[in-house]
Design a binder for this molecule. Structure first.
Ligand SMILES: NC(=O)c1ccc[n+]([C@@H]2O[C@H](COP(=O)([O-])OP(=O)(O)OC[C@H]3O[C@@H](n4cnc5c(N)ncnc54)[C@H](O)[C@@H]3O)[C@@H](O)[C@H]2O)c1
Length: 270
């Protein structure tokens, strides 16, 4: 039996440049190191210039670089052009975008992760701007570079709450919330993924991961209820997301586009 290229070669990101938004955050930094481990030069985008650069520097210490950190607020007008111009100037091209930055259920935005009747239009709009508009704008602005790459791949980060509604009983007796804008924007990015996959084909692939809840020291009652509702019996870790993102970013997923892959221990399977 003959195969086109060895799997090890298909998974290699040698010579490629990857942008990871929210790249200094808990999941973003793990995904940045995942792509760097496979050979990509990683551009870490996060709010704080120092944190972005520190994450890139930490990658440089152990993984082939040079990696780059850019401080950017993805909610500012014109930011997508600034990022794409800077990446082109420094790296000469762009092959991979991981749209990871978002307001999550724990972001301290007023009027956001509060009971439904207290959620505000302003918080909803802010979430839509960061979680949905920013990925749209960045990918559209980067389109010429992604097309020029012969390996263009976009990986969006959705959520199980973009696939199913929240079970509010999980949160009873805790201070945790699950905002409408979170699920709506994460569902929106799942659909944006399918839209972009069709309009950017055949040159660029666009997929998404939909992570389950990541264990971060949440309220014990919540964790117990969450785990009981998860076929694999535990919450996710950042580490659980590495394999799918590595695969989707690489040529090993060369015939995969428009897919939203739940990495949730089976949460959405029953
Ligand atoms: N944590 C979970 O349980 C979970 C579950 C499912 C999906 N997700 C998704 O995974 C992704 C990462 O989640 P996380 O928990 O690591 O998030 P986080 O809030 O801990 O980190 C997000 C990062 O984005 C950065 N960021 C925020 N606003 C920004 C802006 N305006 N411009 C630039 N950068 C900005 C933050 O500084 C931070 O480093 C998100 O898309 C989230 O929706 C998380």
């Amino acid at each position: 039996m003959t195969v086109s290229r060895p799997l090890r070669d298909l998974m290699s990101l040698d010579g490629r440049t990857a942008v990871v938004t929210g790249g200094a955050g808990p999941l973003g930094s793990v995904l940045s190191s995942t792509l760097a481990e496979l050979g990509a030069r990683v551009v870490v985008i996060d709010l704080d210039e120092g944190a972005s650069q520190a994450t890139a520097d930490a990658l440089d210490e152990v993984l082939v670089g040079p990696h780059l950190g850019i401080g950017a607020n993805l909610m500012e007008a014109g930011v997508a052009s600034r990022i794409v111009d800077e990446v082109e100037r420094v790296a000469g091209g762009l092959d991979i975008i991981v749209n990871n930055a978002a307001f999550t259920g724990t972001s301290g935005v007023p009027g956001y992760a509060v009971p439904f009747d207290e959620q505000t239009d302003e918080a909803f709009l802010s979430a839509a701007q960061l979680n949905l508009l920013a990925p749209f704008s960045l990918v559209r602005t980067a389109l010429p570079l992604l097309r020029a790459s012969t390996h263009g791949s976009v990986v969006n980060v959705s959520s199980i709450y973009g696939l199913v509604g929240p079970n509010m009983r999980l949160y009873d007796g805790t201070s945790m919330g699950n905002p409408a804008a979170y699920g709506a924007t994460k569902g929106g990015i799942a659909q944006l993924t399918r839209y972009l996959a069709t309009v950017m084909a055949p040159g660029v692939r666009v997929n998404a991961i939909a992570p389950g809840g990541i264990a971060r020291g949440q309220d014990e009652q919540f964790v117990q209820r969450y785990e009981a509702l998860t076929p694999l019996g535990r919450m996710a870790t950042e580490d659980d997301m590495r394999g799918a993102v590595a695969w989707l970013a690489s040529d090993a997923a060369g015939y995969v586009t428009g897919q939203v892959i739940a990495i949730d221990g089976g949460w959405t399977a029953w």
